[in-house]
Design a protein around this ligand. Structure first.
Ligand code: GTP
Ligand code: MG
Length: 194
């Protein structure tokens, strides 16, 4: 999709605030600092529309980005961020869980993992949880610009094995070089029309 118009409709902290439209929604999940906001920016052709930060925990609300009045990207707070209070973490957790399991507009989830390392226990738990709820899922191995071309095959097998992927698609990606952007868009467009 060629994106020209995007706006941040709402940074929601509660269900009543979610958009009342029936546009398809695609959520981005993954641990803090993995690159969810950066992926969003690449997909919508903007530099820092979704705020990115080298400090983990930048995104702390469910951010609904309206793309061309055709779909929403939903940037989800990163998990595994220790500096927010336990209580706040539980509150986010509940909100994310409810959103991911009950939202009819949700057509797919992109789980980001860092392609430089094996997925963490949190990444595995999130993956298994999404599979359990049968959410259409794309795994994106990001920051691939930091992985030598000769190590990419190993990176793919490390992600596939650690997550226990069988029939889930995997796409390598870089927000720096935009590697994988078209493939991620293709997956999203297929989900929008499901
Ligand atoms: P939270 O909002 O805290 O959950 O983080 P996030 O997942 O939205 O991460 P964000 O997009 O803010 O990126 C975190 C850091 O990683 C930033 O410094 C980005 O510039 C960097 N980063 C993200 N994607 C890439 C990538 O593909 N390659 C490289 N080299 N750096 C990246
Ligand atoms: Mg973010």
């Amino acid at each position: 999709m060629e994106v020209h118009h995007v706006d941040l409709t709402i940074s929601a902290v509660a269900e009543e605030q979610y958009p009342k439209t029936d546009y398809p929604e695609i959520a981005l999940v993954g641990r803090s600092n993995v690159g969810k906001s950066s992926l969003t920016n690449v997909l919508i052709n903007r530099k820092n529309f979704a705020h990115t930060s080298s400090q983990p925990g930048k995104t702390q609300t469910l951010n609904f980005y309206n793309v061309e009045d055709q779909l929403f990207f939903v940037d989800v707070p990163g998990y595994g961020y220790a500096k927010v209070s336990k209580k706040q973490r539980e509150k986010f957790g509940k909100m994310i869980e409810t959103y991911l399991t009950t939202r009819p507009q949700l057509k797919g989830v992109i789980e980001l993992v860092d392609a430089r390392h094996a997925p963490s226990d949190d990444d595995v738990a999130m993956y298994q949880w999404l599979k359990y709820y049968q959410v259409p899922l794309l795994v994106v191995g990001t920051k691939i610009d930091k992985v030598k071309p000769s190590a990419r095959t190993k990176s793919i097998s490390q992600i596939t094995k650690t997550l226990g992927m069988t029939d889930t698609p995997l796409q390598l990606f870089s927000a720096e070089t935009k590697f994988g952007k078209d493939e991620v868009w293709q997956w999203i467009e297929a989900r929008m029309h499901d």
